[in-house]
Design a protein around this ligand. Structure first.
Ligand code: TYD
Length: 137
């Protein structure tokens, strides 16, 4: 899917559990300026419901599972994140919804810019207009 990809993170797993290191500058394909995490989300709650104009993000479900629905107006894709060694890279102009959080699920997000409300597209119609200009369709 356009502007969407996966990153496989190295991990060290043994009888003591797993350890996943993330080295900024080499493991992540953009300069990370912000980190946040989302948790304690009830199973029937849908988060997100927006796209970004320029922001790049990597979503890693570090505990439990989360279903992410992505839409670039040409394609729609549902991805289950349930592996703490997989990063989902979402680029600009991709509508995202995060849902079906399992009990105790935690979603870690690495972002390329500081929080900036003016980078958000919160209206699906406005997003659709901009995405169609970029991706066609
Ligand atoms: P919101 O955009 O609703 O989160 P989601 O897309 O996961 O549904 O953000 C919730 C609140 O947190 C909102 O008031 C904005 C604030 N916020 C920050 O202050 N900094 C951040 O980096 C993010 C992502 C949100």
């Amino acid at each position: 899917m356009l502007n969407v990809g996966f990153i496989k993170l190295r991990h060290f797993s043994d009888g003591r559990g797993f350890l996943v290191p993330i080295e900024l500058g080499s493991d992540i394909p953009f300069n990370v300026k912000r980190i946040y995490y989302i948790g304690a989300v009830d199973h029937d709650v849908i988060r997100g419901r927006h796209a970004h104009k320029a922001l790049h993000q990597i979503l890693i479900c570090i505990s439990g599972s989360v279903t992410v629905t992505l839409d670039n107006t040409i394609e729609k894709q549902e991805i289950v994140l349930d592996d703490p060694t997989i990063g989902l890279h979402i680029g600009p102009l991709v509508w995202r919804e995060m849902a079906k959080f399992s009990v105790g699920a935690v979603l870690l997000v690495l972002a390329s810019q500081h929080y900036d409300e003016s980078d958000y597209l919160r209206s699906y119609e406005v997003f659709q207009g901009q995405a169609r200009r970029l991706f066609g369709g």
